[in-house]
Design a binder for this molecule. Sequence first.
Ligand code: SF4
Length: 423
Amino acid sequence: MSTAPGTPPLTSRDDGERGDACPGALRLHAADDGALARVRVPGGVLTVRQAEALAEAARRLGDGVLHLTSRGNVQLRGLAGGDACGTELAALLDAAGLLPSYAHERVRNVVASPLSGLDGRQGTADVRPWLTRLDALLCGSATAAALSGRFLFALDDGRGDVASLGADVTVRATEDGRHARVSVGTSAEALRVPYEDAPLAALTAAETFVEAARAQGGRVWRVAELPLSPDALVQTVAGRLPHAQVGTTDPLLVLTEGPAPGPHRGALSVHAPFGRLSPAQWRELTTVAEEAGEAGSGELRLTPWRGVVVPVPGVSGERAEALLARLAATGLVTDPASPWPGVSACVGRPGCAKSLADVRADAERSLAWDVPLLPVHWSGCERRCGHPPGDRTDVVAAGDGTYRVSVVRDGKATPVTPISPTP
Ligand code: SF4
């Protein structure tokens, strides 16, 4: 049940210059293909019932498609907007447990290692208890309700996957699995806390950020925007926790990709091109999840790499192949060698009026080209919505049928030869 009654849903144009107008489930965004709602899914974890509720919301109120974001959240597009639509959407989500606190619905931005606890010792600890506890702490904190819709938590089980996503607060399991290292933004220092204290440490870091942002007069949405060293935040947080030690953030392995499509120990992984999941694809995913779970315990895990992991205990061999074949038959990517996971694109035309091209059509044509070494992100304009963090190839529409291309390494863009993908 929600902890606060919903205020009337808002519909607004995004304006990052004026304020944090990040869309939510209760704050709809007016896009050119209708209103858009962004539903936060902490850790990307959905029960089958919640997955079905999202599909129902998309079918009844939107364009029928579920759109995955680069944070493992779900967007509903093509909504009618207005009070009636917003109220019906809120009721649907609330009934499925997807709005545990109306006041916090936009701040539950948490990514978590998708295969944690499923594939043995690839990670050193299971982050699921952290995820449950952090979400509860967030929803119980009046201070955390003031976080922006852009502030991000990452819960990494030690393998280094979500640690690469540039979160504001990153919690990473240590090698022995009994502690966590908590870093803030790009801090050179990190807190070392016992495993069970990690969620409280993450919340304390977020609350400390809110106080620091307020001291700057507000309008600071992410740690990197603070005119303060993140190490100063780490020191403040350490003083507020009973068992925290401060140390340096030794260089650790980070991965730049999520789970490859295909079978994994204890799970199946698929990629959804451009994060679009049709009703048929979603239905097959939920059916497989339901069949795999015992007594209604099936779940889906949406990944920040626009994929879905379905936990299937003990899956391997012919059973894995048969289940993957069912998912592939709907158009989901199940081949580990597919180039699709390396390609992303903003919504482009016709969904966004700012777009100078139908970037998704052009990006799809590019799949036939040589496989690039870096992830490639296609954008309809200079805003580069939804680009992956870290090193990448940026492809931005120029408006004359060509694209400007640059290679981004360590935040520095180097232009290379423009391209013209249209035949
Ligand atoms: S990057 Fe794409 S989605 Fe974002 S504003 Fe530009 S055209 Fe629109």
